[in-house]
Structures are given as C-alpha cells and as structure tokens.
Design a protein around this ligand. Structure first.
Ligand code: SAM
Ligand code: DTB
Ligand code: SF4
Length: 351
C-alpha cells in the first residue's frame, strides 16, 4: 500500500488488510507510521491527560483485567463518589503541572440518573479552570449523553477493549453491542469520542487487528484512541498472563496510527513497566498522547518529573491547549472532519 493510500481516512478495513499492516517488516511499519504521523501532527509534541478516579472500586462488572471489579479480591479500598472540592483541587494540580485534559473515571456499570447533576457540576467547574474535560463512567443512555454534552464535556471515554471474537473471554456482564451503542450515543450528543482497548490479555494478533478494525470502521474515527498495555493486578483473573512482546505493542501503536491518521493515539496504561527506549519507540510509531499523573485510576504511573526528563531528552514538548476555541468553531471543525471522512470514503471506494 502506498503512503498516499495509507494516509486516507477509511472506514472499510478488512481484517486481512489490517493483518497485512501488522506483518510488515518492523522498520517499514515504523517508517510508514511516522510519515503518516508527520502529515497530520507535530511529531515533537505530545498531549498530556491527567486521570482521577472519582469513584473507586466495588464495580458490579466482571472485566477480568480490572482491579475495581467487586468480584475479585485485589485489596483495593473502595470509595464513594468524590466531593466536588476534591475534584477541583486535583484538577488545579493537574493544570499547574502542565496537563491540558482532566479525565474523571468512575467504577460504574453505568451512572445512576441521580449522579448526573453531581458529575455535570464537576464538568462545569473543571472546564472553568481552563482544562479540557473527559469522563469515563460506563454505559450511557442517550439522555445521559445529552446531559453530559450540555454541561460541556469535551470527550467521553468508552473502550471496546478487544476484538468482537475475544471479548467474551474477558467480559460477560455487558456485550460488545452495548459498548457500540454507548459510543453512538456519545457521538450523537456531539461529544468527542475516546475509544481504544487493552493488549496483552492473552489475545492473538488477529484480535489486536480486530480491535483496530472495529475502531477505524466506526462512522467517524474516535478523536482519541487509548492503547493500554494490561496492568497485571494481583487478584484479577489476568494477573498471571504472559507478557506481550514489546515489539508487538509498538506494532499495535503504528497500525493504529496508519488506520486512524488524524486521531490522537494514546500510549496509555502500562508505562510503569516500559523502559524509556520503548516509550520513545511508541512516540516514533505515532503515539502522541499520554496519561500524565503519578496514579492512573488505581495503579501507579511514571512520576511527572520523570516524564518531563524523558521529554527533555527526546526534544518533545507538551501540546498546548487552545482554550479560546468557541463552541461554534469546534462545531465547524467537526462538520469539516465529517465531510472529509465522507469524501475520503467515496474516493477510496471509487479508486
Ligand atoms: N467503569 C467504566 C467502564 O469500564 O466503562 C470506566 C472506567 S474503566 C477502569 C476504563 C478502562 O480502563 C477500561 O475499559 C479498560 O480499557 C481500562 N483498564 C482497566 N483496568 C485496566 C488494567 N488493569 N490494565 C489496562 N487497562 C485497564
Ligand atoms: C483508558 O483507556 N485507560 C485509563 C482510562 N481509559 C480511564 C484507565 C487505565 C486503568 C489502569 C488500571 C487502574 O489504574 O486501575
Ligand atoms: Fe467496572 Fe469499568 Fe473495571 Fe469493568 S473496567 S470492572 S466496568 S470499573
């Protein structure tokens, strides 16, 4: 496939085509991904998102990777929904340390309607500090998505986690279709979509390809694609899973970059176990976002100062956040992207 074709916005990938990308020689794959990356992004800037768990543990779902499921004994202290003051305090620290987005996560299957006024207040107050906002609260109804969008939520994170075929090995309490429906409610409500998955759960390459195929074949690519390396937590069913070959992880990032050229690809959970060379290679492969906080939701993440030292050594700078964009400008951008997606899909089919 030519570099020209690789940079097209496509929504019609077959698994064979995705596997062919995975199977390129490593140097070719990295080079192609870097070329596509440079077409759409400054290669020396990385977006910083800070995570906060606003409601921890005791989750009724059975996701086999997750330390927060009530079904596994991981020794986690459960907590109620945080008070607004604690959230604002954490957001101020995130902003002061240079983060541009504040992501709030809750260990819920889905929010109760009674929680919506509390989380919409959090959105408004965090936005007022001049930060982009993201939430991940589980499945959303259409109405709940509309409420979050009305409060000004910029991104909603909801991961597909893995391929359709492997999904049942990992989660049984909600379906793949449930996840796709939540993503569609988020998109229809006008929010940006953050959707990705986890690798290293014992899945095969065809499942990693299947995950990326599902994401790229959505009607509109997620603006943000987190690629998490499984964090193995004692007490979860996946605690003893075998390590994934680090080069296969880098390949997954590079293929995500090729398939979703304009999306931010986030080098997400799992950085604590990666050395600096591996993280640098992930940036080379097209990752351009990280979680920048000492703790993810419940597990450790590299310290902010060690991330800044790495950036310094690599000549990378944090991506600045343009807070002055009006809603109308953002809507015009989204409209333009939708138009381009449609034109590109037509072009590709015609070619
Ligand atoms: N409860 C909500 C849900 O699952 O939709 C939101 C929070 S949940 C913790 C968000 C995502 O974190 C999961 O979909 C999964 O992709 C990721 N995650 C959770 N535990 C992880 C682990 N041990 N390693 C890597 N990623 C993990
Ligand atoms: C995502 O894709 N990764 C983040 C975020 N979305 C919410 C969560 C990672 C969690 C890792 C395990 C933990 O710290 O509990
Ligand atoms: Fe609950 Fe989310 Fe963890 Fe699944 S990933 S157990 S839904 S907190």
């Amino acid at each position: 496939m030519s570099a020209q074709e690789e940079s097209q916005i496509r929504h019609d990938w077959t698994r064979e085509q995705v596997l062919a990308l995975f199977k390129q020689p490593f140097n070719d794959l990295l080079f192609n991904a870097q070329v596509v990356h440079r077409r759409h992004f400054n290669p020396n800037q990385v977006q910083l998102s800070t995570l906060l768990s606003i409601k921890t543990g005791a989750c009724p779902e059975d996701c086999k990777y997750c330390p927060q499921s009530a079904r596994y004994d991981t020794g986690l202290e459960k907590e109620k929904l945080l008070e607004i003051e604690a959230v604002i305090e954490a957001a101020k620290i995130a902003k002061a340390s240079g983060s541009s987005r504040f992501c709030m996560g809750a260990a819920w299957r889905s929010p109760h309607d009674r929680d919506i006024p509390k989380v919409t207040k959090m959105i408004r107050e965090v936005k007022a500090l001049g930060l982009e906002t993201c939430m991940t609260l589980g499945m959303l109804s259409e109405k709940q998505a509309d409420h979050l969008a009305d409060a000004g939520l910029d991104y909603y994170n909801h991961n597909l986690d893995t391929s359709k075929e492997f999904y049942g090995e990992v989660i049984t309490t909600r379906t793949y279709q449930d996840r796709l429906e939540t993503l569609s409610h988020v998109r229809n409500a006008g929010m940006k979509v953050c959707a990705g998955g986890i690798v290293g759960m014992g899945e095969e390459q065809k499942d990693r390809a299947g995950l990326l195929m599902e994401l790229a074949n959505l009607p509109h690519h997620p603006e943000s694609v987190p690629i998490n390396m499984l964090v193995k937590v004692a007490g979860t069913p996946l605690a003893e899973e075998q390590d994934l070959d680090p080069f296969e992880f880098i390949r997954t990032i590079a293929v995500a970059r090729l398939m979703m050229p304009k999306s931010y690809v986030r080098l997400s959970a799992g950085r604590e176990e990666m050395n600096e060379q591996m993280q640098a290679m992930a940036f080379m492969a097209g990752a351009n976002s990280i979680f920048y906080c000492d703790k993810l939701l419940t597990t450790p993440n590299p310290k902010a100062n060690s991330d800044m030292q790495l950036f310094e050594r690599l000549g990378i700078e944090p991506e600045p956040y343009q807070v002055d964009k009006t809603n109308a400008e953002q809507e015009a951008e989204l409209h333009q992207t939708l138009l381009e997606a449609k034109t590109d899909a037509q072009f590709y089919r015609a070619g």
